[in-house]
Design a protein around this ligand. Structure first.
Ligand SMILES: *Cc1c(COP(=O)(O)O)cnc(C)c1O
Length: 431
C-alpha cells in the first residue's frame, strides 16, 4: 500500500491505522474523510529528527496549513514541535482558536489585506512574510499605528523552474508570488525596509513549487538564496537570521510516483547550506522548511458509496459515487492521479477499468479516469487514497452539496475532528 497506515485485513477490507474502513463507513456514513493521526505524527517526527541531525536543531519544520486546516491538525503539529504557516485571515483565526501562539505562526500570501495584516500584528504573529512593496508600506503603517515593530521576512523568487504542474510552480520569474532577484526588485525592497522604523527583517523565504519529486531544485534554491544572503550583507550591511526554504516535497498518489524519502532532501540541502555558508563566510542561519502536502497527504483517504454504474460499450465504465469535485476538485483542476480501490473488496483482483464519477452537474466532475479497481456493484465502498492534502481544504458547496465529516484515526480508535455539514449550515448566511 502507498501509505504505512494502510493495509488489507483478514476480512479483505481496507484498514487505516487499525480501523476497518467498512466499519467507519457504517458508523459515520459516506462520503467521509479519514485521516491517520499516527501517520501524521510519524511524518512530523521524521522532519523534526532530520533538523536535529542536519542542523543541530537550529531550525524547524513549519506545517503549511493550507493543505489541511482545522483546529485539530494545528493542535497535533504543535504538539510535535512544528510551527505553522497560514495564508489567510481564516487560517490565522483557526490556528489562534486552536491555541497556536502568535510567535509560532508564519503568515504568507501575495495579497494580504489591511484587515489580515492588522490581525497578524494584534496577535503577535512572529513572522509576516512580505510578498511585495505595497505590502511592506502597508505593514509599516499598521505597525506604526499599533506602536509596534513587525518581524518580517521577504518572499523571494529565486528563478528556479521545478518540474511540476504549471499551476503549482512558483519559483520562476513569471509567478505572482514574491520579489524578483534578477531585476533587483528584492534588493530594493530590503533597502527600503532598512529605512522603516516599524519593520525588522529577520530573514528570507522561497518556495519553488509543489509535488516536486527531485532533489536538485531544492539544493539549487538553497544555493541561490545564500548567495543573496551574502549580497545583502555586502551591499546593505545587514545580517539575516532565518532562511525558509519552503515546502513542495512530493508524495505518492500512485505506486508510479517516485517520491523521495524526506530525509534525503534534507541531507542534500543541508550539505549545500553548510558548504555555501562556509564559502561565503556566513553564519549558519536558522533554517525552516514548510511542508504541507507531505505531512497530511498520504495520511488521508476518502470513502464513498457506489450509487450507479453505467457501462458504455467501447467507451468507458462510469462508476458514480456520492461525492465528487465538491469534496475533491483536484482531478477537475489538475488531472491529478489517484489510487482508487473498493475498500470492501480490497483483496480481490483489480481488473475492472473504471471512471470514477462524482455527483455534480459537470461532465468534468471526475475523480479518476480509466483506473483499475475491483469489479464494482451498487453499494460498494470506494476508497480514494492520498487525499489528506488539498481535498477538504479545497472543498466547496457546489450544487449545495454538504462538505463531508472528517474522522481522525489512531491505533484502532476513531473520532470526529470536523463534523459533516447539515442543510441548516448551507442556509445559515442566506438572507
Ligand atoms: C503551498 C505552500 C507550501 C506547502 O507546499 P506543499 O507542496 O504542500 O508542501 C509551503 N510554503 C508556501 C509559501 C506555500 O504557498
Amino acid at each position: 500500500m502507498i501509505a504505512n497506515c494502510l493495509k488489507v485485513n483478514e476480512e479483505g477490507h481496507l484498514e487505516i491505522s487499525g480501523c476497518d474502513t467498512v466499519r467507519l463507513a457504517e458508523q459515520y456514513g459516506t462520503p467521509l474523510y479519514v485521516m491517520s493521526e499516527d501517520e501524521i505524527r510519524e511524518t512530523c517526527r521524521r522532519y523534526v529528527a532530520s533538523f536535529a541531525k542536519n542542523y543541530n536543531g537550529n531550525g524547524k519544520p513549519i506545517y503549511a496549513s493550507k493543505a489541511f486546516s482545522c483546529k485539530e491538525i494545528y493542535r497535533i503539529v504543535l504538539s510535535e514541535g512544528l510551527d505553522v504557516e497560514v495564508v489567510s485571515g481564516g487560517e490565522l483565526y483557526t490556528a489562534l482558536q486552536a491555541g497556536v501562539p502568535g510567535s509560532q505562526i508564519h503568515f504568507q500570501g501575495n495579497n494580504k489585506s489591511v484587515g489580515e495584516l492588522t490581525m497578524a500584528i494584534e496577535n503577535g504573529v512572529g513572522d509576516i512574510v512580505v510578498d511585495n512593496r505595497e505590502e511592506l508600506e502597508r505593514l509599516e503603517t499598521i505597525a506604526m499605528e499599533h506602536n509596534m515593530v513587525a518581524p518580517v521576512s521577504f518572499r523571494i523568487k529565486p528563478g528556479i523552474d521545478a518540474h511540476t504542474h504549471e499551476f503549482i510552480r512558483t519559483g520562476q520569474i513569471d509567478s505572482k508570488f514574491g520579489l524578483d532577484l534578477a531585476s533587483g526588485e528584492a534588493m530594493d525592497a530590503l533597502r527600503r525596509a532598512q529605512q522603516l522604523e516599524h519593520i525588522v527583517v529577520k530573514g528570507l523565504h522561497c518556495h519553488i513549487g509543489s509535488q516536486i519529486l527531485e532533489k536538485a531544485p531544492f539544493v539549487h534554491a538553497a544555493e541561490v538564496m545564500l548567495q543573496f544572503f551574502a549580497k545583502i550583507r555586502d551591499e546593505l550591511g545587514m545580517t539575516l537570521e532565518t532562511l525558509n526554504l519552503g515546502g513542495g516535497f512530493g508524495i505518492h498518489y500512485t505506486e508510479q510516483d517516485d517520491a523521495i524519502p524526506y530525509e534525503e532532501y534534507m541531507g542534500d540541502v543541508s550539505a549545500m547550506v553548510h558548504s555555501k555558508c562556509q564559502e561565503l563566510g556566513l553564519q549558519l542561519p536558522r533554517i525552516y522548511i514548510e511542508p504541507g502536502r507531505s505531512i497530511v497527504g498520504e495520511a488521508g483517504i476518502t470513502l464513498y458509496t457506489v450509487g450507479s454504474i453505467k457501462e458504455i460499450p467501447g467507451v468507458r465504465n462510469y462508476v458514480a459515487i456520492d461525492g465528487g469535485m465538491f469534496d475533491n476538485p483536484r482531478y477537475a483542476l489538475y488531472q491529478s492521479s489517484y489510487t482508487c480501490l473498493l475498500a470492501n473488496k480490497a483483496s480481490q483482483p483489480a481488473d475492472y477499468v473504471a471512471t470514477i464519477a462524482g455527483k455534480c452537474c459537470e461532465s468534468g466532475d471526475l475523480i479518476q479516469e480509466h483506473t483499475l479497481i475491483q469489479k464494482p456493484e451498487i453499494g460498494d465502498l470506494v476508497a480514494v487514497l492520498s487525499t489528506g492534502a488539498y481535498n477538504y481544504s479545497m472543498a466547496s458547496n457546489y450544487n449545495r452539496n454538504l462538505k463531508p465529516a472528517c474522522v481522525m484515526v489512531s491505533h484502532g480508535e476513531s473520532r470526529i475532528v470536523i463534523k459533516g455539514e447539515t442543510y441548516e449550515d448551507l442556509v445559515r448566511n442566506d438572507v
